[in-house]
Design a protein around this ligand. Structure first.
Ligand SMILES: Nc1ncnc2c1ncn2[C@@H]1O[C@H](COP(=O)(O)OP(=O)(O)OP(=O)(O)O)[C@@H](O)[C@H]1O
Ligand SMILES: [Mg+2]
Length: 200
């Protein structure tokens, strides 16, 4: 469950009301819901995603007003390593979230950071690849993948950590029609698993 009550945010500490990137946002997203945020460029979609996944204030500082509840936690009050167990993020450009050269390593990387045992990580990689129908992408050099294939690896690496909530920031903006279809397939699987999905 995600709930924003009168949430405002400015990237600067001493911003005037006019300079707020988000002003008095109120909404509730129930467990298992898939919600799309749409609006013109600069209206604050990415800012909302960052408030949910804790990148604000851990990575992007500023002034937060109001109350945010993400599965019982306030992301700005818990450590990023805690909130990342609850919220998984896929960014617009998957390259910006890769740490490894090999696809299999990348899918297991989030799990490694959570200290999950190696045997369990191997099982999760296998299970995730089968679930998302990407076993043919295992063991590949990430640099040699297409944009759509990279996006699938980004989704898989999040999926392997088994978060309750997925935050996807314009995940289809670099993809062609076929790759968007494949992404839709993946989102559908996550939805069937009862995950909460937020898409900008
Ligand atoms: N790191 C940052 N530092 C300062 N201001 C920022 C930062 N990121 C975004 N902003 C400002 O916050 C406002 C909302 O930006 P945001 O990125 O949330 O919009 P968006 O709806 O995601 O736009 P787009 O559709 O172009 O991705 C904009 O005015 C933007 O200039
Ligand atoms: Mg954005």
């Amino acid at each position: 469950m995600i709930e924003f009550k009168d949430v405002s945010f400015s990237y600067g500490e001493n911003a005037t009301k006019k300079q707020y990137s988000l002003l008095n946002a109120n909404f509730k997203i129930g467990n298992g819901e898939c919600v799309v945020f749409c609006g013109k460029s600069g209206c604050g979609k990415t800012t909302i995603m960052r408030l949910i996944n804790g990148l604000i204030p851990t990575y992007y500082g500023g002034n937060i007003v109001g109350s945010i509840n993400v599965d019982g936690y306030n992301p700005s009050e818990v450590k990023i390593q805690e909130i990342s167990k609850i919220v998984g993020s896929v960014f617009q450009n998957p390259r910006s979230q890769f740490f490894n050269l090999n696809t299999t390593d990348e899918i297991g990387f989030g799990c490694e950071n959570q200290g999950i045992k190696p045997q369990e990580i191997l099982q999760r990689i296998d299970k995730t690849a089968k679930l998302l129908n990407i076993t043919d992408l295992l063991g590949r050099n990430i640099f040699n993948l297409s944009g759509g294939e990279k996006q699938k690896i980004a989704c898989a690496s999040v999926c392997a950590t088994m978060p309750n909530i997925y935050v996807l920031d314009e995940p289809s903006s670099n993809l062609d029609a076929k790759a968007i279809q494949d992404l839709r397939y993946i989102i559908n699987i996550l939805k069937k698993q009862g995950k909460t999905i937020v898409v900008a």
